[in-house]
Design a protein around this ligand. Structure first.
Ligand code: GRF
Length: 202
Protein backbone atom coordinates (compact mmCIF):
# COMPACT_ATOMS: atom_id res chain seq x y z
CA UNK A 1 0.00 0.00 0.00
CA UNK A 2 1.30 3.45 -0.89
CA UNK A 3 2.43 5.60 2.04
CA UNK A 4 1.20 9.17 1.71
CA UNK A 5 3.73 11.69 2.96
CA UNK A 6 3.37 15.31 4.04
CA UNK A 7 6.43 17.49 4.47
CA UNK A 8 6.30 20.53 6.76
CA UNK A 9 8.78 23.26 5.93
CA UNK A 10 9.70 26.86 6.67
CA UNK A 11 12.65 27.60 4.40
CA UNK A 12 14.93 26.56 1.57
CA UNK A 13 13.81 22.92 1.49
CA UNK A 14 17.01 21.08 0.63
CA UNK A 15 15.91 18.13 2.79
CA UNK A 16 12.52 18.21 1.08
CA UNK A 17 14.41 18.02 -2.22
CA UNK A 18 16.34 14.97 -1.05
CA UNK A 19 13.07 13.24 -0.18
CA UNK A 20 11.49 14.23 -3.51
CA UNK A 21 14.53 12.92 -5.39
CA UNK A 22 14.60 9.69 -3.40
CA UNK A 23 10.93 9.02 -4.11
CA UNK A 24 11.48 9.85 -7.80
CA UNK A 25 14.31 7.39 -8.29
CA UNK A 26 12.38 4.69 -6.45
CA UNK A 27 14.81 4.52 -3.52
CA UNK A 28 12.12 5.17 -0.94
CA UNK A 29 9.72 2.56 -2.28
CA UNK A 30 5.97 2.82 -2.39
CA UNK A 31 5.51 6.44 -1.33
CA UNK A 32 3.78 9.51 -2.58
CA UNK A 33 4.48 13.05 -1.37
CA UNK A 34 0.92 14.34 -1.24
CA UNK A 35 1.45 17.80 0.20
CA UNK A 36 4.06 20.28 1.37
CA UNK A 37 2.89 22.67 4.09
CA UNK A 38 4.74 25.86 4.98
CA UNK A 39 4.21 28.44 7.70
CA UNK A 40 6.25 30.93 5.64
CA UNK A 41 4.64 32.33 2.49
CA UNK A 42 7.79 32.70 0.39
CA UNK A 43 9.63 29.59 1.56
CA UNK A 44 11.67 28.28 -1.38
CA UNK A 45 10.52 24.79 -0.40
CA UNK A 46 7.03 25.69 -1.70
CA UNK A 47 8.50 26.44 -5.14
CA UNK A 48 10.36 23.13 -5.09
CA UNK A 49 7.09 21.34 -4.36
CA UNK A 50 5.21 23.12 -7.14
CA UNK A 51 8.02 22.36 -9.60
CA UNK A 52 7.36 18.69 -8.94
CA UNK A 53 3.57 18.94 -9.16
CA UNK A 54 3.13 18.48 -5.41
CA UNK A 55 0.36 20.40 -3.60
CA UNK A 56 2.07 23.35 -1.89
CA UNK A 57 0.06 24.92 0.90
CA UNK A 58 0.92 28.03 2.88
CA UNK A 59 -0.88 28.21 6.21
CA UNK A 60 -0.54 31.68 7.69
CA UNK A 61 0.09 31.57 11.45
CA UNK A 62 -0.82 35.25 11.77
CA UNK A 63 -4.30 34.60 10.40
CA UNK A 64 -5.16 32.22 13.21
CA UNK A 65 -6.43 33.46 16.53
CA UNK A 66 -4.29 31.00 18.48
CA UNK A 67 -1.89 28.08 18.05
CA UNK A 68 -4.67 25.55 18.57
CA UNK A 69 -6.66 26.80 15.57
CA UNK A 70 -3.51 27.01 13.46
CA UNK A 71 -2.66 23.40 14.30
CA UNK A 72 -6.23 22.29 13.56
CA UNK A 73 -5.86 23.80 10.13
CA UNK A 74 -2.64 21.86 9.52
CA UNK A 75 -4.27 18.68 10.79
CA UNK A 76 -7.22 19.19 8.46
CA UNK A 77 -4.80 19.61 5.53
CA UNK A 78 -3.05 16.37 6.48
CA UNK A 79 -6.38 14.52 6.68
CA UNK A 80 -7.58 15.96 3.38
CA UNK A 81 -4.49 14.47 1.77
CA UNK A 82 -4.82 11.08 3.52
CA UNK A 83 -1.39 11.53 5.04
CA UNK A 84 0.21 8.52 6.78
CA UNK A 85 3.65 9.96 7.54
CA UNK A 86 4.61 13.53 8.41
CA UNK A 87 8.17 14.76 7.82
CA UNK A 88 9.47 17.94 9.40
CA UNK A 89 12.18 19.36 7.18
CA UNK A 90 13.38 22.69 8.47
CA UNK A 91 9.96 23.42 10.01
CA UNK A 92 10.70 26.15 12.54
CA UNK A 93 7.79 25.66 14.96
CA UNK A 94 7.20 23.28 17.81
CA UNK A 95 4.46 20.97 16.64
CA UNK A 96 1.27 21.06 18.72
CA UNK A 97 -0.05 18.22 20.85
CA UNK A 98 -3.09 17.48 18.67
CA UNK A 99 -0.99 16.58 15.64
CA UNK A 100 1.52 14.62 17.73
CA UNK A 101 -1.28 12.62 19.37
CA UNK A 102 -2.92 11.89 16.02
CA UNK A 103 0.35 10.87 14.34
CA UNK A 104 2.25 9.31 17.25
CA UNK A 105 5.46 7.66 15.93
CA UNK A 106 4.47 8.72 12.43
CA UNK A 107 6.19 12.12 12.51
CA UNK A 108 9.92 12.40 11.87
CA UNK A 109 12.32 15.31 12.09
CA UNK A 110 15.88 15.88 10.89
CA UNK A 111 18.13 17.71 13.32
CA UNK A 112 21.66 18.91 12.46
CA UNK A 113 23.38 17.63 15.61
CA UNK A 114 23.99 14.38 17.43
CA UNK A 115 21.04 14.43 19.86
CA UNK A 116 20.62 14.71 22.76
CA UNK A 117 23.40 17.30 22.43
CA UNK A 118 22.67 20.70 20.95
CA UNK A 119 18.90 20.76 20.72
CA UNK A 120 17.07 23.77 19.31
CA UNK A 121 18.21 26.47 16.94
CA UNK A 122 21.63 26.81 15.27
CA UNK A 123 22.69 23.36 16.42
CA UNK A 124 25.72 23.24 14.12
CA UNK A 125 26.96 26.57 15.50
CA UNK A 126 26.30 25.41 19.07
CA UNK A 127 28.39 22.28 18.44
CA UNK A 128 31.16 24.21 16.69
CA UNK A 129 31.41 26.81 19.45
CA UNK A 130 31.41 24.10 22.10
CA UNK A 131 34.50 22.69 20.43
CA UNK A 132 33.28 19.20 19.63
CA UNK A 133 35.54 17.03 17.47
CA UNK A 134 32.67 14.96 16.12
CA UNK A 135 29.41 16.57 15.01
CA UNK A 136 26.59 15.04 13.00
CA UNK A 137 22.87 14.78 12.39
CA UNK A 138 19.90 12.84 13.74
CA UNK A 139 16.57 11.63 12.39
CA UNK A 140 14.11 11.14 15.24
CA UNK A 141 10.44 10.63 15.84
CA UNK A 142 8.71 13.72 17.17
CA UNK A 143 7.26 13.83 20.66
CA UNK A 144 5.98 16.71 22.77
CA UNK A 145 9.47 17.99 23.62
CA UNK A 146 11.92 19.95 21.52
CA UNK A 147 14.16 17.50 19.62
CA UNK A 148 13.59 14.86 22.30
CA UNK A 149 11.79 12.01 20.51
CA UNK A 150 13.10 8.46 19.90
CA UNK A 151 16.19 8.41 17.70
CA UNK A 152 15.92 6.58 14.36
CA UNK A 153 19.29 7.20 12.65
CA UNK A 154 22.39 9.26 13.32
CA UNK A 155 25.47 10.02 11.27
CA UNK A 156 28.78 11.41 12.50
CA UNK A 157 30.65 14.23 10.78
CA UNK A 158 34.20 15.07 11.91
CA UNK A 159 35.15 18.63 12.70
CA UNK A 160 38.29 19.40 10.72
CA UNK A 161 41.04 21.97 10.92
CA UNK A 162 40.01 25.36 9.51
CA UNK A 163 36.31 24.55 9.80
CA UNK A 164 33.93 27.39 10.47
CA UNK A 165 30.40 26.92 11.75
CA UNK A 166 29.27 27.34 8.12
CA UNK A 167 31.64 24.80 6.53
CA UNK A 168 30.72 22.34 9.26
CA UNK A 169 27.00 22.96 8.65
CA UNK A 170 27.52 22.34 4.92
CA UNK A 171 29.25 19.01 5.62
CA UNK A 172 26.50 17.98 8.04
CA UNK A 173 23.87 18.87 5.45
CA UNK A 174 25.35 16.39 2.97
CA UNK A 175 24.77 13.64 5.55
CA UNK A 176 21.27 14.92 6.38
CA UNK A 177 20.36 14.40 2.73
CA UNK A 178 21.48 10.77 3.07
CA UNK A 179 20.02 9.70 6.39
CA UNK A 180 16.59 11.31 6.04
CA UNK A 181 15.64 9.34 2.92
CA UNK A 182 17.20 6.25 4.53
CA UNK A 183 15.01 6.63 7.62
CA UNK A 184 11.90 7.23 5.53
CA UNK A 185 12.65 4.14 3.47
CA UNK A 186 12.97 2.03 6.65
CA UNK A 187 9.67 3.41 7.95
CA UNK A 188 7.87 2.71 4.70
CA UNK A 189 9.21 -0.81 4.54
CA UNK A 190 7.84 -1.38 8.06
CA UNK A 191 11.33 -1.98 9.42
CA UNK A 192 11.18 0.41 12.38
CA UNK A 193 9.97 -0.88 15.74
CA UNK A 194 9.51 1.69 18.51
CA UNK A 195 9.49 0.60 22.15
CA UNK A 196 9.60 3.55 24.49
CA UNK A 197 12.68 5.52 23.53
CA UNK A 198 14.27 2.66 21.64
CA UNK A 199 13.87 2.36 17.88
CA UNK A 200 15.04 -0.96 16.44
CA UNK A 201 15.68 -1.60 12.79
CA UNK A 202 14.17 -4.97 11.96
C1 GRF B 1 18.43 21.53 8.25
O1 GRF B 1 19.74 21.76 8.69
C2 GRF B 1 17.68 20.64 9.22
O2 GRF B 1 18.49 19.73 9.86
C3 GRF B 1 17.14 21.65 10.20
O3 GRF B 1 16.81 22.78 9.44
C4 GRF B 1 17.60 22.81 8.25
C5 GRF B 1 16.64 22.87 7.11
O4 GRF B 1 17.28 22.99 5.89
N1 GRF B 1 16.04 21.10 10.93
P1 GRF B 1 16.47 22.73 4.54
O5 GRF B 1 15.28 23.69 4.57
O6 GRF B 1 16.03 21.31 4.53
O7 GRF B 1 17.43 23.06 3.45
Amino acid sequence: MTTNIAVLVSGRGSNLQSIIDSVKIGYIGDANIRVVVSDVSDAYALARARDHGIDAVFIDPSEHSDKHVFEENILRTLKEHDVDLVLLAGYMRILGKQIIREYRNRIMNIHPALLPSFRGLHAQRQAFEYGVKVAGCTVHFVDEGMDTGPIVLQRCVPVIEDDTADTLADRILVQEHRIYPEAVKLFIEGKLKVEGRIVSVL
